[in-house]
Design a protein around this ligand. Structure first.
Ligand code: APR
Length: 169
């Protein structure tokens, strides 16, 4: 089953020793606050230099860069949906963030990958719904692809941790 290859931890995504970490970016890919800001600070200025060459990123899509000063070899940048009530395709877009990040990881021989709670901060996605989409989409992907050894969800608050735990139990 996919679940056995999923881990859940509280902490700072930028410090995870995995092959790739996923950034909750915006469409410009030129940095921001939250986890995006933390990743750019930790990776150093060369990350922005590479991001400038990518031509942005549409919501639900995923683009890969090097990890620079991070211990992670790669950063996979994805853009989550901004919550606007749930009738503008937000669930599908959020699912695409996980699916596309995982497929970009697979095509770059990434075996261990860590995600933040995409869209659960500035983009105000309801936590329980976002956690369900994250776990269901990831579990389904892992069932169909055995090249990824482990996916770690790294969350930064008790309420989000509890929401993911409910999905994983
Ligand atoms: N490690 C793990 N999780 C983190 C970290 C970190 N270092 N920093 C923040 N988080 C958590 C937040 O608490 C939230 O639960 O990541 C989740 C996602 O929040 P945001 O970073 O605000 O991302 P999102 O809601 O997808 O909004 C993206 O915010 O930072 C800008 O440029 C970004 O415009 C984009 C928007």
């Amino acid at each position: 089953m996919g679940e056995s290859r999923i881990a859940l931890v509280r902490g700072d995504l930028t410090r995870l020793a995995v092959h790739a970490i996923v950034n909750a970016a915006n469409t410009s890919l030129l940095g921001g606050g939250g986890v995006d800001g933390a990743i750019h600070r930790a990776a150093g200025p060369e990350l922005l230099t590479e991001c400038r060459t990518l031509g942005g990123c549409r919501p639900g899509e995923a683009k890969i860069t090097h990890g620079y000063l991070l211990s992670a070899r790669f950063i996979i940048h994805t853009v989550g949906p901004v919550w606007s009530g749930g009738h503008r395709g937000e669930p599908e877009t959020l699912a695409n963030c996980y699916r596309n990040s995982l497929s970009v990881a697979t095509s770059n021989n990434v075996r261990t990958i860590a995600f933040p709670a995409i869209s659960c901060g500035a983009y105000r996605y309801p936590i329980a719904d976002a956690a369900e989409i994250a776990v269901e989409t990831t579990t389904e992907f892992l069932r169909e692809n055995d090249s990824i050894a482990e996916v770690t969800f790294v969350v930064s608050s008790d309420d989000i941790y509890a929401a993911y735990q409910r999905q994983l139990s």
